[in-house]
Design a protein. Structure first.
Ligand code: NDP
Length: 290
């Protein structure tokens, strides 16, 4: 058996098409354009590429996009002031603080993320949005796990009643992923670096989500035949090649369906950011009219 390959570009195109329609509807009904501001601090080359891609994707779908580049020497106060201005702006509906921050600001990350208004928090990292997700009131949900759910839904993978195993418990992927699957009635197991006998757990998964950051970590002996495997990992090998956390060639022999890296989950992340931006704009207009 060879797994069905779940191509990110197919799902991302579908989401973008629907977001584009929502943007047009929003502009028509409200007379304003949804707006996203991305703040980037310092000179991280990978971050600059991500931010440029986000800007381009916004332009394609008719979303107003502002990229605010601040020098690595920016202080916490200056950044808080910038966030305050964007929180009060009527043209900006979504605010994203590009991570990682320069070393000098790393220990302020939680405070800075908390300064973004929860209704403009398109990354879904604000404690209010984290809490809402945990109690089943999805508001603005982190883009990568939201993208994984979209892949499962658009590929018609049944979630309710299935055993979903997640490897990784980070705040940006593993934990929100667990809550999203739980609220869709999966039975959820979360594994991490202290999990004992990992393969005995992963091989029970109907849906296996892998987000650890270790190249080719998951091999076919860890996967139940027919399982749906979603690979979130992005790892660069010594030869510069990008690979996932799953050994794709090996696992595709036993899995029922599998996402590739590159060309899988990563493409959904930006699509979900655009979706969150329109959702944020809708939420803010709805509140204004109440
Ligand atoms: P983190 O480093 O924050 O978390 C990694 C998690 O994996 C931790 O919970 C850690 O456990 C667990 N882990 C590490 N080693 C093992 C092991 N040997 N066995 C079991 N669990 C292990 O990573 P992120 O969640 O931020 O990202 C994970 C991967 O996803 C990375 O490759 C990242 O680049 C990628 N990513 C991709 C995105 C996309 O758009 N496609 C977006 C975000 C991330 P513990 O908690 O015990 O340390």
């Amino acid at each position: 058996m060879t797994a069905t390959v779940l191509e990110g570009k197919v799902f991302a195109a579908e989401i973008k098409k629907s977001v584009h329609k929502d943007v047009e509807k929003f502009i028509e009904s409200q007379g304003i354009i949804p707006g996203l501001a991305v703040i980037i601090v310092g000179e991280n080359a990978a971050s600059k590429v991500y931010v440029a891609n986000k800007h381009k994707a916004c332009e394609e779908l008719g979303i107003y996009s502002e990229v605010i580049c601040m020098p690595a020497s920016t202080t916490k106060q200056e950044l808080l002031e910038q966030i305050r201005i964007l929180n009060e702006s009527t043209t900006i509906h979504g605010i994203l603080l590009q991570l990682p921050l320069p070393d000098a600001l790393k220990h302020d990350e939680a405070e800075l993320l908390k300064a973004i208004h929860p209704d403009k928090d398109v990354d879904g990292f604000h404690p209010v949005n984290v809490g809402k997700l945990a109690i089943g009131q999805e508001h603005l949900v982190p883009c990568t796990p939201a993208g994984c759910i979209k892949i499962l839904e658009l590929a018609n993978v049944e979630i309710a009643g299935k055993h979903a195993v997640i490897i990784g418990r980070s705040n940006i992927v593993g934990k929100p992923m667990a809550n999203l699957l739980l609220s869709r009635h999966a039975t959820v197991t979360i594994c991490h670096s202290r999990t004992a006998n990992l393969p005995s757990i992963t091989s029970q998964a109907d849906i296996l989500i892998v987000a650890i950051g270790k190249a080719h970590f998951v091999t076919k002996d860890m996967v139940k035949p027919g399982a749906v495997v979603i690979d979130v990992g992005i790892n660069r090998l010594a030869d510069k090649k990008l690979v996932g956390d799953v050994n794709f060639e090996d696992v595709k022999e036993v899995a029922g369906a599998i996402t590739p890296v590159p060309g899988g989950v990563g493409l959904l992340t930006i699509a979900m950011l655009l979706s969150n931006t329109v959702k944020a704009a809708q939420l803010q207009c709805h509140k204004e009219h109440k």
